[in-house]
Design a protein around this ligand. Sequence first.
Ligand code: AMP
Ligand code: GLY
Length: 432
Amino acid sequence: MKVLIIGSGGREHALAWKCAAAEHVREVLIAPGNAGTALEPKCRNTAVDSGDIPALVELARRERVELTIVGPEGPLVAGVVDAFQAAGLPCFGPTRQAARLEGSKAYTKDFLARHRIPTARSRTFTRQDYDPTWLEHQSLPVVIKASGLAAGKGVIIAETRDEARTAIGGMFAGRFGTAGEQVIVEEFLRGEEVSFIVMADGSHVLPLATSQDHKRRDDGDRGPNTGGMGAYSPAPRVTPELHARIMREVIEPAIAGLAAEGTPYTGFLYAGLMIAQDGTPNVLEFNCRLGDPETQPVLSRLRTDLTVLCEAAVRGRLDTVSADWDPRAALGVVLAAGGYPDAARKSDRIEGLERAAALADGHGKIFHAGTRLEGDAVLTDGGRVLCAVGLGESVLAAQRTAYGLVEVIYWPDMRYRRDIGYRAIERERQTL
Ligand code: AMP
Ligand code: GLY
């Protein structure tokens, strides 16, 4: 079969690599892809932008693509799945209506309330109905969120009321474009953050192996928020008890609620949760897609053919399949360009990729994100450039493998965290 992957990041490289590994997959097209997908066996980059929905449909038709998997949220929220469905092309992902779960935080807060799914207390305002006196009664810190898609930058944790006022004013003034037309003012929650990712087919759910990312740029989970500086799987924090609780209190009511409201959810669903002291899994956000970089370690452990899982989901038959996981742990370290998460420098030549690939053979993999090919050279082309994934008998062992790969890679001003997985490793130590 022929598969199409939409997107160009590390998550999409992992999706393409995993699909290409299936014997019955003849070719994987990536729109538009990166240097990693260009060099991957059985994979071919196509010069189609991930946001150009008519061109994507045309590509899938022309190439007789039998399964499309969508990586990023942008095309999902814009309705890429609806367009593929209308053209009779199988495409795994939520429809535009279902993708509102990520595309509109205001909608999601109401949805969570309607279905009694635990989440932080909040109020949603527009510029017209904003009540400034209300803020004076909120305890600090307070969380200010732009409702729409803001490339991961639309959440501000305000330590003072002045900061909160500035954040709200900025959003209403158009700092995040239309994403800030509705603003959510939310209670600050304490606890431990956990991500939980499942596949859904409208009614059935298949949870993926647990994983956890590190969102802050610097060691010790300090510094500015990023898309994610590293991730590992499994996440020892998600004990079997917590897993059951998240399924029962968050995932099952969400999937059932969406179906009951006439917007059944098919696709990957990512819940960002804050686990309270008493174990309550509070929803911070939903993403209508896989996490990046969580996907890189998670798919590194998947033994089942991913195309079989996605096809079953598109047919509404996720109940007929199961996923088999490598018992080893996987840990990915993101290598970023200087300047990230702000504007990053580009076009540096990356050295050591062949040596890293030889070292990784059977024990890990270097996934590309912001890279491009120029002749034979692989150049940096974005903030997050690579993700080095190592496998091992424990998270600690996987961490050692991953950093072993990092050591042989070089470009000027390459940045990375040196402590990815530290919480999980601490937990492993305590349970020994
Ligand atoms: P979000 O995009 O909504 O997940 O927010 C990005 C990050 O902000 C999350 O990963 C959390 O670290 C933090 N965050 C969001 N909402 C809250 C909250 N209500 N309380 C504490 N931290 C939050
Ligand atoms: N790693 C967080 C995300 O993909 O949203």
